[in-house]
Design a protein around this ligand. Structure first.
Ligand code: ZN
Length: 339
């Protein structure tokens, strides 16, 4: 087994984490409400508060929660004007706050805010529309789910989406977009949101993915993950139990693709940013050296599932009960509880 240079690993982790913290801290002094935003700004502010965040506290204080609030507020400001044109209400939005009857917030009733939040958050992003499986799909530990995704890509299944989007996912996108804007202001050595070709899988096609941050200086990639601090899927638990296998697979596939393209890519970093903490010391970076066998295994497994789908043998697959799979195991359980 290849030995990992622990000193180098610590150095990479601290380097990556410090850049993220700098990007977050940059907001404390530099963000101002722009004049051009004025038209939609009050509604965007109301919507941000509706979701439980305060982007501009009266006392001028700034913490991680404020930063998440600003990320949400800025995305609301950008997306609100698009609602009227491309309104897609086919998607339901899970995780919206309940509205107390007659509740008022800054001039707009709770009902109005709920409807607006549904429209903004329900707008399909380009990411959601992606049809070809990407590294995060290939990393899905559930054979049934990956096979279904492959069947959609091959046009065997209709490709109907799950029909709903989660507020937490949308907040994660808002945080990604904010980091993408802030990071270049504090560090100019990173390549952001680059597309990486992973491999051409026979019978399926070229699998490619988007890497949040490539840092050639430390031969690393960094993937941001928004997370809850507490709870059974929270960061506190993960720091004890270790990073999800799916995350390891996903990042190893990115590194695999970058290395094939001749780019420096020796380390995978995952930087977890809690949505429910005020303290940026809770931002956690996990670092892992490249493991070729993991990427190769993930690709081999995907290839075999392409064959399973093409030869119409999906009924032989079993859902992942060990992790367990959110879609196949947890969601049906939750729905049963609600029913
Ligand atoms: Zn599944």
């Amino acid at each position: 087994m290849r030995t990992v240079d622990m000193k180098q690993k610590d150095f990479v982790r601290d380097f990556v984490r410090s850049k993220t913290l700098k990007a977050i801290g940059h907001s404390s002094e530099s963000d101002r409400l722009h004049e051009s935003e004025r038209a939609s700004r009050q509604t965007a502010l109301n919507l941000t508060r509706f979701l439980g965040y305060e982007p501009y506290p009266q006392d001028g204080s700034f913490d991680l929660h404020t930063w998440v609030g600003r990320a949400i507020y800025e995305k609301m400001t950008r997306d609100l004007p698009k609602v009227d044109q491309g309104n897609d209400r086919a998607l339901s939005v899970k995780g919206l706050p309940y509205v107390a009857p007659g509740g008022e917030s800054g001039g707009e009733s709770g009902e109005v805010l709920l409807e607006l939040a549904r429209s903004v958050i329900g707008m399909q992003s380009a990411r959601d529309l992606q049809r070809m499986p990407g590294p995060s799909d290939l990393a899905n530990q559930c054979d049934v789910c990956l096979a279904d995704k492959i069947a959609q890509a091959l046009g065997i299944d209709s490709g109907a989406t799950q029909g709903h989007i989660y507020v937490k996912t949308w907040i994660g996108t808002a945080m990604h977009e904010k980091l993408e804007q802030s990071l270049p202001k504090v560090y100019d050595g990173a390549n952001l949101e680059i597309t990486v070709d992973i491999e051409n899988i026979s019978g399926l096609g070229l699998v490619s993915g988007h890497v949040d941050v490539h840092l050639p200086e430390v031969s690393s990639i960094n993937d941001y993950k928004s997370a809850d601090l507490l709870g059974s899927f929270g960061l506190k638990k993960m720091r004890q139990a270790g990073v999800k296998v799916a995350y390891v697979w996903q990042t190893m596939l990115y590194l695999y693709g970058l290395r094939r393209a001749g780019m420096p890519a020796d380390w995978a970093n995952l930087t977890f940013i809690p949505r429910d903490s005020r303290n940026s010391s809770e931002v956690w970076t996990a670092t892992c050296a490249y493991m070729d066998h993991v990427a190769v295994f993930a690709l081999e497994r995907a290839k075999s599932l392409v064959d399973v789908v093409r030869f119409d043998r999906r009924h032989t697959l079993k859902p992942d009960k060990q992790t367990p799979c959110f879609t196949c195991v947890i969601l049906p359980r939750l729905n049963k509880q609600v029913a």
